[in-house]
Write a protein that binds this ligand. Structure first.
Ligand code: WT7
Length: 572
């Protein structure tokens, strides 16, 4: 389906002239928005919360929170006090110091925000962990980063293998009736009594803030390290791309366990002094449309997979909901199908703006701005201040309409600064020390719009979540029945891709449906629900290179009935 270009928005006021900005903008201009520009004292939690709490926004709502029976409102003034309390608890009941790693492993809730912001106030490095992670996944991340503390809930406590993590000193548990034994400290009990005041730890612009673990096609998940400086780009994109205004109510549907949920579920909007909505619980059409109506959401940031589910539910699901508060809709995580853009136009009479970026980029990079005509199927143009190009494997820039590696000129403010404990891996992202190579393939048209084509590597994007095949394969072969396993992403109309596993069994095991279910449960219990293969196919043998590497591209070709390509490296 081809959709015509949809004209620029008349009302967009944050960015009037893309071409002029793209030609002249310097990130130095954006720095003037921060108090450290004059004081030299840097802390992102201060800029996101305290600065507003100490201004005319003191009584402005910073957070609305809705989950089941909880329905709460916190002003910027409240958020300052609560994050100060959290900082005091973390400081007083652990040995955490500047630069130490603390994980936040809990469902989306105000307490998560207090703990995360409090940890940043004491200068710690925060590792957000998605609540669906199981023991194996939690262990890998805490072990790799030598975590000293974790904040969690009673329900998730069992998944933290405290005995196998000798350097993990303190486990803070949010909940009233926690017995303080061993490493366990009740966060809530001490939070009640903690002081509202806290002297923020002042840091450098290059001081680390967040450690987001993400998947690649090889090896265990890697820790992507971000720094304070990221705030410059997070705020600027909140203005230009999210188009946030003083009176907006902003809803980012992503969980803070993923980078979208921190960069734009916390920092971008709070840095801009915007009212945020947090909705707990699982996706349902009714609760989502209900939330937009109840809180008067005006700017909505979600993912194609969610839009496709809403689209599938049809207009009946919208009946009885007044969605007239909506003004601006954005998408991230996977290709935004023209089909969904058309649905957005028909349903909301509004454009859905695509945004392309990655955990490693730390903030939005290539986007459809309100002030640009929108070409359905394209993710838009680079954010002013960002240089993007399509390069070949040697780093030569290719002309328009040629497919190649989507690359970014090194040095933007929110760029990751390290892969934890793995400088070789970090270096491997860069070509000629100049281009960051994203792992996506794309092309750029003659008007400078970028079009996503696919991943260059085997990374799987399922329902907007990034999953590394290697992590699942490694887990699968821990199962006693499995000799070897190959995992691929299989295209799916709703989820983008689903996870499919090809499995060879040990002698004596029968390839039954019960065994498939057992294997699925095994991955679910050990890694995470979203990592469990939806489809499993048993094979006598898997295609491998002579050096023993599973050839996923051959599995994929079999699955999709495509030519298998060069098989010269395949063993007999
Ligand atoms: C990968 C990064 C931070 C964004 C959430 C995912 C894919 C991301 C788009 C888009 C097509 C997209 C890419 C990228 N991706 N946005 N607008 N169109 N693909 O972050 O988990 O680090 O995954 O997500 O393949 O490399 P992530």
């Amino acid at each position: 389906m081809v959709l015509k270009t949809i004209p620029a928005l008349q009302s967009d006021y944050q960015m009037q002239d893309y071409d002029k900005l793209a030609a002249t903008f310097d990130w130095k201009e954006a720095e003037k928005a921060f108090s450290w520009y004059e004081t030299g004292k840097v802390n992102i939690a201060h800029e996101a919360v305290d600065r507003h709490a100490d201004s005319f926004r003191k009584n402005k709502v910073a957070l609305y929170y809705k989950d089941g029976s909880r329905n709460e409102t916190y002003t910027f003034g409240d958020l300052k006090k609560k994050s100060n309390k959290a900082a005091n608890v973390l400081k007083n009941y652990s040995t955490l110091e500047k630069g130490d790693r603390i994980f936040v492993f809990m469902p989306r809730s105000p307490e998560l925000y207090f703990a995360l912001l409090g940890a940043l106030k004491i200068g710690a490095i925060v590792g957000p962990l998605f609540e669906a992670f199981m023991e194996g996944a939690v262990y890998d991340r805490l072990d790799d980063s030598d975590a000293k503390a974790i904040v969690t809930t009673p329900e998730l406590l069992d998944r933290i293998p405290v005995d196998r993590l000798p350097n993990l000193e303190t486990v803070f548990v949010v909940g009233d009736e926690v017995s303080e034994e061993g490493k366990v400290i009740s966060f809530s009990k001490h939070f009640e009594k903690a002081s509202n005041d806290f002297e923020v730890e002042w840091l450098e612009r290059e001081s680390p803030t967040l450690l987001h673990y993400t998947s690649g096609s090889t090896g265990k998940p890697k820790g992507v390290l971000h720094v304070q400086e990221a705030m410059v780009q997070q705020l600027q994109t909140a203005k230009w791309v999210l188009d946030l205004r003083e009176e907006d109510v902003f809803w980012c549907t992503a969980d803070p366990g993923w980078v979208t949920g921190t960069a734009y579920g916390i920092f971008g909007p709070l840095l801009a002094g915007t009212t945020n909505l947090i909705v707990g619980g699982r996706f349902s059409t009714d609760s989502w449309y209900g939330a937009i109506e109840e809180f008067g959401v005006s700017v909505w940031y979600s993912a194609p997979t969610a839009f496709r589910m809403l689209m599938g539910a049809g207009s009946a699901a919208m009946e009885g909901h007044d969605l007239s508060s909506l003004r601006h809709i954005l998408s991230v995580g996977e290709p935004l199908n023209p089909e969904v853009v058309r649905w957005g136009m028909e349903t909301f009479n509004m454009r859905i703006h695509d945004t392309w970026w990655m955990t490693e980029t730390g903030a939005q990079m290539i986007c459809n701005f309100g002030s640009l005509p929108l070409k359905p199927g394209s993710m838009g143009k680079p954010v002013p201040g960002i240089e993007a190009a399509i390069v070949d494997d040697q780093g030569n820039v290719l002309p328009p309409n040629r497919m190649g590696n989507l690359a970014l000129k090194k040095g933007w403010p929110a760029m990751m600064r390290a892969i934890w404990n793995n400088p070789e891996k970090y270096d491997s992202y860069f070509l000629n020390g100049e281009w960051y190579v994203s792992g996506d393939s794309a092309y750029m048209d003659e008007d400078g719009y970028f079009f996503f084509q696919g991943r260059v590597d085997d990374v799987i994007m399922t329902s907007g979540e990034r999953v590394g095949p290697f992590e699942i394969e490694s887990k699968l072969i821990e199962h006693p029945a499995i000799v070897e396993a190959g995992v691929i992403g299989k295209p799916d109309p709703v989820r983008g891709e689903i996870i499919k596993a090809f499995i060879a069994l040990h002698d004596g095991y029968e390839p039954t449906d019960e065994l498939k279910e057992e294997i699925r449960q095994f991955v679910k219990k050990e890694l995470a629900g979203h990592a469990a293969p939806r489809e499993i196919e048993f094979k006598d043998k898997l295609p491998k290179t002579r050096s023993g590497k599973i050839m996923r591209r051959v599995l994929k070709a079999w699955e999709l009935d495509l030519p298998t390509g060069d098989l010269s490296t395949m063993e007999d």
